[in-house]
Design a binder for this molecule. Structure first.
Ligand code: ADP
Ligand code: ZN
Ligand code: ZN
Length: 747
C-alpha cells in the first residue's frame, strides 16, 4: 500500500503530493488526514496523508517508507485536511490555498495569558505555623497567605493591585516554596452583552412538524440535507434553535451560518438567551487573535455553537453534527477569491464526513437548492404562516413608462408619492430601495458624448456629491477625481448627469418632503467600525421616517413600524450580464417586500419598473416563488445553465494585454485537445470579461459546460498541472488563471 503525502503545509512551492510506502505494521492506522513522520531529501519532516492506493506511479525502488505516525494527530485535524483536499479538488487552486482556507489562523497570534497564584502547602499545621511567623514579621506575606487560605487561587493582578503585595514579595514566597505561579491562556469572548432575558418559545404546529421531520432524519445518524422554505417571519430561526438544542443534548456541536449583514445583535441574543455562554460568534470585525481564540474555544470544548458568516464553517468542533445555513440564497456564500468554493457544497461534504445534518433556510430559496429538492437530493419543508400575527403586504407594480407619458418626470410615481405622504402623516416608517449608491450612475458630455472612465478599470466613473467638492469615483477600485465643469474632450460646458443613485434620492426626498427625517444606508455611509448599526439603530428607534439605501437595507432587519417599501427602479439588476440576473432580481424584490408590514398594520410595497412584464418582477409582486422557479428552471434548461448542467469559468488575467490574449488562446487549444477524450464538454470563448480591465489587470474568460461535474474537474486538474509545471508555466509566468465552478457573478 502507498500513500500520497503533502509535506509541510507552510511551504508554498511544494504544492503537490509525494508518494511513500506504508510499512505493513502501520497499514491499519494510516488513513487520509493522519500526520506522519517522513524523510524528505536529507531532512526528517512531517506530512499529511491525503490518499491511499495500491499501485504507485513511480518506480518502487525510489519510494521511501513512512517512518511512523505523529503522536499528536487529532481526529478533527484529519477531517479538516480531508476537507481542504475536497476544496482543492472540487473548486481548484493550490492545496496550500485550500489548507489556508480551512485552517485560517496563523501560529503567530499572541495569546492573552493570565497568571494565577496557588498555594503549595496543604498541611494545616504547617500553614498555621507559617501564618503566625508571617504575622509577626512579614505583613504583606501574611495578607497573601491568609487570602489564599480563605479564597483559594488568586489572580496575579488581584494580588498586586487589590492586596498590594509587591511582585518581589511574591517571588520570594515562590522561592520559599510556599506558592507557585501558574499561567493559563485566556480565550477572549467576543460577545459583550448585558441582555439576560429568558428563552420561552413553544413551537407552533407548523414549526413543530418541520422540527420533528428533520429530527427523525437526524436520529438515523446518516447524512441528510434539508431546505426550510419559509416566508420571512415564519419562525425558521426558532426551528434552528430547537434542532441545535437536540444536538447539544447528545454532546455534539452545531454551526450556524448567517450572512454577515444579517448577523445582527438581536439575532445573536436569541441564541444567547437559549444557550448562554455555549455560543460564540465570528465576524469580520474580530481581530485575528479573537478569531483564533474562538476556534481554540471550539477545539477545547468550551462552546457548542458557532454563529458567523462563511468562514465560521471551518470551526474545528470535535463532534460536529449539524450545520445550518440561513438565507442560503445569499451570494456571500460563494467565495470570490481562490479557492472559489461554494459554502453549501463544502458544508454538505463536512456533514457527509460526520453523518450529520445540513439544514438550509430561506424565504426565497436559490434555484439550485430548490432544484436539489425536485431531484430528491434534499428534503423540502415549508413554512407559510408568519409566527406572530401579521398580514402580508399589498404589492403593486408601477410602469414608469406610463408615468412619463402622463407627464410625471420625477423618480417617484404618483402612487409612491401618495403613499409616502400618507405614511409621513401617520408617523409610520418608510424604506426606499435602489441598487446604486452615489448621486448618479455616470456623467456624459451632451455635445460630444464623452464619458469619463476609470484609468485602471473598464468602467465609467460614478458621480458623488460631497460637501468638500463633488467627485467622480470608480466603484471597483476606489479611484476618484474632482468633478469637472467643462468637458475635457471638447470643452463644452453641457455636462449631463445620468441615472439615479441613493444620494440623489435622498436629495429629492428633502426637496419634496421637507419635514421628513431621512437616513441613508449604503457603502458610503457604513464604512465606519460599527457601520450598519450607526444607521440601523437610530432608524429602529424611530429617529427617522425614511431609510434610503442599497440592497443592504433589504436583508433581514425587522422594523415593525415600516409599513411602506418602495423599490425606486427594479430593473437595475436585470441587466447584469450573468445567467442568475433574474433570480437575483426576484430575490431582492421579494426580500424587499418582506420588509413591509412586519407589525400589525397592513403594509404596502410599490415596485417601480420599466419592464413590468418581466417574469421575475411579476412573480415577485405576486410573492409567487414556485411560479418564478418554474419559469426560471425552464429557461436554464433551454439555455443549458446551472443547476441543470455544470459550468466552470476560467478567468485569465495579466497586466499585459497581449499576453493575456495569447495565454487564453493557448488554454483554449489545450482544452480542445483534452476534450477529445471527454467529448461531452462544451467550450465557449475565449472572450473579454464583461469588465475587461479591472485594477489594471486585463481579463479574459473561457466557459466550459458539462452535464457531469466530474468531467469539468478532470479538465481542471489537467490544466492545473499544465499551469504549475507544463509549457504554459514557462511561457506565461505573469499570467494568472483561476477557476470558478457554477459562478454566482458574471465576470
Ligand atoms: P424567520 O427566521 O423565519 O424570519 P423568526 O424565527 O425570526 O422567523 O420569527 C419571527 C418572529 O416570530 C420572531 O420575533 C420570533 O421570536 C417569533 N416567533 C417565532 N416562532 C414563535 C413561536 N412559536 N411562538 C412565539 N413567537 C415566535
Ligand atoms: Zn464633450
Ligand atoms: Zn477603477
Amino acid at each position: 500500500m502507498y500513500a500520497d503525502i503533502i509535506v509541510d503545509i507552510s511551504r508554498e512551492k511544494l504544492d503537490k503530493t509525494f508518494e511513500y510506502n506504508i510499512p505493513k505494521e502501520l497499514e491499519k492506522n494510516i488513513h487520509p488526514g493522519v500526520r506522519v513522520d517522513i524523510t524528505f531529501g536529507a531532512r526528517k519532516l512531517t506530512g499529511y496523508v491525503i490518499s491511499i492506493k495500491d499501485n504507485p506511479s513511480i518506480e518502487t525502488s525510489k519510494i521511501k517508507d513512512i517512518l511512523g505516525i505523529c503522536p499528536a494527530s487529532v481526529s478533527t485535524d484529519s477531517e479538516m485536511i480531508e476537507l481542504a483536499y475536497f476544496i482543492h479538488e472540487e473548486f481548484g487552486g493550490s492545496i496550500n490555498a485550500a489548507l489556508k482556507t480551512v485552517i485560517p489562523v496563523s501560529k503567530s497570534v499572541k495569546h492573552v495569558e493570565r497568571k494565577s497564584i496557588v498555594l503549595n502547602i496543604k498541611n494545616d499545621e504547617a500553614l498555621d505555623e507559617l501564618l503566625l511567623k508571617y504575622k509577626k514579621r512579614a505583613k504583606a506575606k501574611f495578607r497573601l497567605l491568609e487570602a489564599l487560605v480563605t479564597d483559594g487561587d488568586l489572580s496575579y493582578e488581584e494580588v498586586t493591585k487589590k492586596l498590594c503585595v509587591a511582585s518581589a514579595t511574591i517571588k520570594a514566597m515562590e522561592i520559599e516554596g510556599v506558592i507557585s505561579l501558574v499561567s493559563d491562556t485566556v480565550y477572549r469572548n467576543p460577545i459583550k452583552d448585558t441582555d439576560r432575558g429568558e428563552y420561552n418559545i413553544t413551537l407552533n404546529d407548523a414549526q413543530n412538524k418541520v422540527y420533528e421531520d428533520i429530527l427523525g432524519h437526524m436520529k438515523k445518524n446518516e447524512y441528510s440535507q434539508h431546505l426550510i422554505y419559509g416566508i420571512t417571519g415564519s419562525g425558521k430561526t426558532e426551528v434552528y434553535i430547537k434542532l441545535i438544542d437536540e444536538v447539544i443534548k447528545e454532546g455534539k456541536q452545531a454551526i450556524v451560518l448567517i450572512p454577515e449583514i444579517a448577523l445582527t445583535f438581536q439575532t445573536v441574543m436569541r441564541f444567547r438567551r437559549k444557550f448562554k455562554d455555549r455560543v460564540s460568534i465570528i465576524n469580520s470585525r474580530l481581530s485575528a487573535g479573537e478569531r483564533y481564540d474562538q476556534f481554540e474555544r471550539a477545539k477545547k470544548g468550551d462552546i457548542d455553537i458557532m454563529i458567523g458568516p462563511r468562514s465560521a464553517l471551518f470551526t474545528p468542533f470535535k463532534n460536529l453534527s449539524l450545520i445550518i445555513i440561513d438565507e442560503e440564497h445569499e451570494n456571500s456564500y460563494k467565495s470570490e477569491t481562490v479557492p472559489k468554493y461554494s459554502t453549501k457544497e463544502v458544508a454538505a461534504f463536512r456533514m457527509k464526513q460526520r453523518n450529520g445534518t445540513l439544514v438550509l433556510g430561506s424565504a426565497t430559496p436559490s434555484v439550485d437548492s430548490f432544484y436539489n429538492c425536485v431531484q430528491n437530493k434534499c428534503y423540502l419543508h415549508k413554512l407559510f404562516k408568519r409566527a406572530k400575527e401579521s398580514v402580508l403586504p399589498k404589492v403593486s407594480v408601477v410602469d414608469m413608462r406610463k408615468e412619463l407619458e402622463n407627464g410625471n418626470k420625477s423618480m417617484f410615481s404618483d402612487e409612491l408619492d401618495r403613499l409616502i405622504k400618507d405614511r409621513l402623516e401617520k408617523h409610520e416608517q418608510i424604506m426606499l430601495f435602489l441598487n446604486r449608491r452615489g448621486y448618479a450612475g455616470f456623467i456624459s458630455c451632451r455635445k460630444c458624448g464623452h464619458v469619463p472612465k476609470c484609468p485602471h478599470c473598464d468602467v465609467s466613473l460614478s458621480f458623488h456629491k460631497s460637501p468638500n467638492g463633488n467627485i467622480l469615483n470608480c466603484h471597483y477600485c476606489g479611484y476618484s477625481i474632482p468633478e469637472y465643469r467643462l468637458c475635457p474632450k471638447c470643452g463644452s460646458k453641457y455636462i449631463g448627469i445620468f441615472g439615479t443613485g441613493t444620494q440623489k434620492v435622498e436629495e429629492e426626498l428633502h426637496k419634496r418632503y421637507p419635514s421628513a427625517r431621512v437616513l441613508r444606508m449604503d457603502a458610503d455611509t457604513t464604512s465606519g467600525k460599527n457601520g450598519h448599526e450607526e444607521v440601523l439603530v437610530p432608524f429602529a428607534n424611530h429617529e427617522a421616517d425614511i431609510l434610503v439605501g442599497t440592497q443592504m437595507i433589504v436583508k433581514g432587519h425587522d422594523f415593525p413600524l415600516v409599513t411602506l417599501v418602495g423599490v425606486i427602479a427594479a430593473d437595475t439588476s436585470l441587466y447584469a450580464s450573468d445567467y442568475r440576473a433574474a433570480e437575483r432580481t426576484f430575490e431582492l424584490l421579494t426580500q424587499a417586500a418582506g420588509r413591509a408590514g412586519r407589525g400589525e398594520v397592513l403594509g404596502n410595497v410599490v415596485i417601480q419598473t420599466y419592464t413590468p412584464d418581466n417574469y421575475s418582477i411579476e412573480s415577485a409582486a405576486r410573492q409567487d416563488y414556485e411560479g418564478f422557479y418554474n419559469t426560471e428552471i425552464n429557461y436554464r434548461n433551454l439555455m443549458r445553465y446551472p443547476p441543470v448542467v455544470h459550468m466552470v469559468v476560467l478567468l485569465i488575467t495579466s497586466t499585459d494585454e497581449k499576453k493575456v490574449a495569447d495565454a487564453a488562446d493557448y488554454i483554449k487549444e489545450k482544452t480542445y485537445a483534452l476534450n477529445s477524450y471527454t467529448k461531452d464538454i462544451k467550450i465557449i470563448g475565449p472572450a473579454n470579461a464583461s469588465i475587461f480591465k479591472l485594477n489594471d489587470m486585463y481579463r479574459k474568460v473561457i466557459y466550459m459546460k458539462a452535464q457531469d461535474k466530474e468531467d469539468l474537474v478532470k479538465i481542471k486538474n489537467e490544466l492545473e498541472t499544465e499551469f504549475l509545471s507544463g509549457r504554459f508555466c514557462e511561457i506565461y509566468k505573469s499570467v494568472n488563471v483561476s477557476f470558478d465552478f457554477d459562478p454566482y457573478n458574471g465576470v
